[in-house]
Design a protein around this ligand. Structure first.
Ligand code: CUA
Length: 307
């Protein structure tokens, strides 16, 4: 996560402002450090010598160093902030791709209203198109932040905040929740994958073409999905499962990580996540589910996990 390596116009405006403040702050710091060292090392004049001149000098130091210089610095930084703010669009521009991002303790629900796709913890974006992220929360206040692409914005339970971003080039960026939201705040992470428009379309169609579960094992898994109560919190497209408390699992096998980037998405990790999520992410809402190895095999087959 590096906000000084901007990959889009919004992040660039913020990074430029940061550098300006850094340069000004450093210059003022060095200047005053120099004066401090000079004051400490030089010999004090005799008190009776040139008293009026000294008074005059003290007044000038206060005027220049204490009033004029801070005023100039503050005015310059304020003006630069206004310029940077103008570069950050507040409303979705025409042709923007709208994506809803909903914060949960402690993961991200991602909805693409144009295509109806719902996924979690992995945000795919095309390059060269403005993105309007409609941010909200299902529980407490979270804060959305992809430093490489733009500034932070709160995800609130009772209103929608719009964050407009654009990505210049393909790449992968990390994002972390930036508002303390509970025990696993530090592990509320999001993988942001920026792709060329054609790669993005390919990804979208892969996400939408989900095969029906086939075979006895998968059908057995379907029964477990209902009887073990997975269905109460998780959705599976086309399977009549529409829980919304936990991530939509339709495209789970295609995701790179589990538990909002807590670990790599492998069958072994998925099994340890299902049987004891608390050992991976203490304080997570998902309860542990005691299943035998055969039952886990069936459940994974139903979820489309290849082994
Ligand atoms: Cu969500 Cu911190």
């Amino acid at each position: 996560m590096d906000s000084l390596d901007p990959q889009g116009p919004a992040a660039e405006a913020i990074a430029d402002l940061w550098w300006l403040m850094f340069v000004l702050g450093t210059a003022v710091f060095v200047l005053f450090l120099g004066l401090l060292i000079r004051g400490l090392t030089r010999r004090a004049p005799e008190p009776s010598e040139g008293e009026p001149r000294r008074q005059h000098l003290v007044g000038r130091w206060i005027g220049v160093g204490g009033v004029a210089l801070p005023t100039v610095v503050i005015v310059v930084v304020f003006a630069a902030t206004l310029v940077a703010l103008r570069e950050l669009p507040r409303d979705a521009p025409d042709g923007a791709l709208e994506i809803e991002v909903v914060g949960h303790q402690f993961w991200y629900e991602i909805r693409y209203p144009e295509s109806g796709l719902v996924t979690a913890n992995e945000l795919h974006l095309p390059t060269g198109r403005p993105i309007a992220l409609e941010l909200r929360s299902r529980d407490v206040i979270h804060s959305f932040w992809v430093p490489a692409l733009g500034g932070k914005m709160d995800m609130l339970p009772e209103r929608i905040n719009t964050l407009v971003l654009e990505a210049d080039q393909p790449g992968e960026h990390w994002s972390r929740c930036a508002e303390f939201c509970g025990l696993q705040h530090a592990n509320m992470q999001l993988l942001v994958v920026v792709e060329s428009p054609s790669e993005f379309e390919d990804w979208m169609s892969r996400q939408q073409a989900i095969a029906e579960p086939q075979g006895d094992l998968a059908l057995q898994g379907r029964e477990l999905f209902v009887s073990a109560d997975c269905v109460a919190c998780h959705a599976l497209r086309g399977q009549g499962a529409a829980g919304t408390d936990g991530p939509d699992l339709t495209t789970l096998p295609q995701r790179r990580t589990l538990g909002a980037m807590s670990m790599e998405n492998t069958p072994e990790n998925l099994i340890s996540w299902i049987t004891d999520p608390d050992s991976v992410k203490p304080g997570v809402d998902m309860p542990a589910t005691a299943l035998s190895q055969d039952e886990l095999d069936a459940l994974l087959a139903y979820l489309g996990v290849e082994r």
